[in-house]
Design a protein around this ligand. Structure first.
Ligand code: DC
Length: 236
């Protein structure tokens, strides 16, 4: 596992953990990376880790709809995660998988894999090791509830489903098959699995601040999060 922390500008920032949860397409990645850059913190995309394990399962012909088969090999993929917000990296068994983990095949398979408790136990332990003593923005679905329940700043980003689908489709513009309607249906299917699974479902932590980004530009959301950080821990 690799993670090179940039120098933080105060001891409060050096230990700060910002948990950024929410459904797909709410803007978590863009907001988290911008906030981490501004505050000179590291950045961890936990969704990329679930995607990387899913990529490995598909490469190895594992039936991703068989939770026992997935659990039996869940400790085999060797993940290496880089946490520079300017260029986060992810490798599995030495392969750079940053591009293939965004494929439609991985997107369609990731929710069932992420629902397997053994997969979650392994990845949550890795995430907690990367977080270490802090100085990091962590995005996912269960960061405020399970991975970093003591994070001093917790944000739950939401947006209406059509806006989320529009943003995701914009990211997929190289894919001629990606229409807003299709993307919206795929996001709804993934959110339903992610929210209803037994093992640490997508949920807002009781002490998280919910931010609806439907009508906000990226810079407005970033400013709102920075204001929250300043208010909570006096950093920024
Ligand atoms: O954020 P994303 O779309 O890259 O996440 C991919 C999948 O991984 C998504 O279906 C939910 C799952 N996930 C999770 O279960 N827990 C996390 N902490 C992060 C992602």
């Amino acid at each position: 596992m690799t993670s090179a922390p940039p120098p933080a500008d105060s001891s409060a920032a050096a230990n700060l953990v910002i948990a950024m949860d929410g459904p797909s397409g709410a803007g978590k990645s863009s907001v988290s990376r911008a906030v981490a850059t501004q505050l000179r913190l590291r950045y961890l995309d936990t969704g990329a880790m679930y995607r990387a394990v899913t990529w490995w399962m598909l490469e190895h012909g594992i039936d991703i709809h068989d939770p026992a088969a997935v659990a039996a090999v869940a400790d085999r993929p060797r993940l290496a995660v880089g946490t520079d917000p300017a260029g986060p990296t992810i490798h599995v068994d030495g392969h750079d998988v940053a591009t293939p983990i965004r494929s439609r095949a991985v997107s369609a398979a990731v929710s069932p894999v992420a629902a397997v408790p053994t997969v979650r136990t392994i990845l949550v332990a890795m995430q907690q090791e990367i977080i270490g003593t802090g100085g990091i923005v962590v995005e996912g679905r269960d960061i405020g509830t399970v991975v970093a329940p003591h994070a001093p700043v917790k944000v739950f980003l939401t947006a209406n489903p059509t806006i989320r689908a529009q943003r995701r489709t914009e990211e997929l513009r190289h894919d001629p098959d990606a229409t807003v309607a299709l993307t919206e249906a795929e996001l709804a299917r993934r959110d339903a699995i992610d929210s209803s699974r037994e093992a640490s479902p997508l949920a807002r932590a009781a002490d998280a601040t919910e931010l609806d980004t439907t009508l906000l530009r990226l810079d407005e959301v970033v400013q709102a999060v920075l204001a929250l950080v300043k208010d909570r821990v006096g950093v920024g």
